[in-house]
Design a binder for this molecule. Structure first.
Ligand code: AMP
Ligand code: MG
Length: 328
């Protein structure tokens, strides 16, 4: 199986969502924000992006369920009528045939549970919503999981320049199991293969972590890089763009160090990024060295934290992580 159709359709869906997100940002609509029950923010673009991706996938793959981060319940509340109108307007700009009913239905198609058998898509319509609101990095993350294994990942990064960490224009990463990882511009179809950087000495490495210290412990990261003699301060960045940075060799290690007991990482926060790094020659495990297990439903309940590296650095970084976390 070469996943040609799945790849093309997933790419088209993510490009549409990236256009929607950029349009929302250009309209300064990020202000239309409400808080979810867990107090995390959700915007016009989160709902809109899930609607257009879900609709695009369903048109070609009506039988493949979608595990998406959002549902329409907040949008249906009378208090949020203005947010709903803004979502509908932005969805119509990308997919004109979607009216209110179809938009809600498309969002709520994302209510699948995942699990170990068969195929499903998993989507984070905006990963790094806090970054989106700050005008920093965010990503549209879509992956196809088959019998518990990630087979395909597409990561749209509208605020990540294509060639370096400076410059303009968004980047789009694509990975298919066994076929490597590529990068292209969101509005440019030409792709090129990417590889992780060939670094074996941790002191030369660039480490990446969440911008938000509530998502990954900055204190533990500080201890780990001290132990390894890392010269550069960690790059703090929102979303799975960190996996993209690793896959194309700009960064070398991405650590997600638990901040509170019992937090279960969500599959949509890692599926696309994980295959991207693996297919670029890197390695992704949890803190104990186990591969991430995408077969357990919506969360990575069998895993704790994440260590993603270029491969060569994996063992030495994992040992440093273990010794810092154990000494607490
Ligand atoms: P990042 O931008 O890398 O910090 O990741 C953003 C993601 O962190 C969001 O999509 C949330 O699902 C997730 N998140 C929320 N709370 C936590 C937490 N306590 N620990 C780890 N991840 C979290
Ligand atoms: Mg997310």
């Amino acid at each position: 199986m070469n996943y040609e159709l799945e790849r093309r359709v997933a790419l088209e869906a993510v490009v549409k969502a990236c256009r929607l997100c950029s349009a929302v940002q250009a309209a300064h609509l990020a202000g239309g924000v409400v808080d979810k029950e867990d107090k995390s923010p959700v915007t016009v673009a989160d709902f809109g992006a899930q609607a257009v991706v879900s609709d695009h996938l369903a048109a070609v793959f009506p039988g493949i369920p979608l595990v998406g981060e959002e549902d329409s319940s907040l949008l249906r509340q009378p208090d949020n009528a203005r947010l709903k109108e803004a979502v509908l307007k932005h969805v119509r700009m990308i997919t004109p045939q979607l009216k209110e009913k179809e938009t809600f239905a498309a969002i709520d198609r994302g209510n699948a549970e995942g699990g170990p058998i068969g195929r499903f898509w998993t989507l984070d319509p905006i990963d790094g919503t806090k970054g989106f609101l700050r005008g920093d990095q965010y990503a549209v993350a879509l992956a196809l999981v088959e019998d518990g294994q990630v087979r395909l990942g597409v990561l749209g990064c509208p605020s990540l320049p294509l060639v370096s960490l400076q410059g303009r224009g968004g980047s789009l990463f694509i990975a298919v199991r066994g076929q490597g990882s590529t990068i292209r511009g969101i509005e440019q179809a030409e792709e090129r293969q990417i590889r992780v950087a060939d670094i074996a000495d941790p002191s030369d490495a660039l480490f990446c972590e969440s911008f938000e210290s509530s998502h990954s412990s900055h204190d533990d990261m500080g201890e780990i890089i001290k132990l390894l003699g890392v010269k550069r301060p960690p790059l703090r960045m929102d979303s799975q763009v960190k996996y993209g940075i690793l896959a194309r060799g700009d960064g070398n290690v991405y650590l997600r160090l638990p901040t509170k007991k019992g937090y279960e990482e969500k599959i949509w926060d890692h599926a696309a990024g994980c295959i991207l790094v693996e297919e670029a020659g890197g390695k992704v495990t949890d803190l104990s060295g186990k591969p991430l297990d995408f077969s357990q439903g919506k969360t990575l309940v069998k895993n704790k934290g994440v260590i993603a590296t270029n491969g060569k650095l994996h063992e030495v970084v994992m040992q440093a992580v273990k010794s810092v976390i154990k000494s607490q």
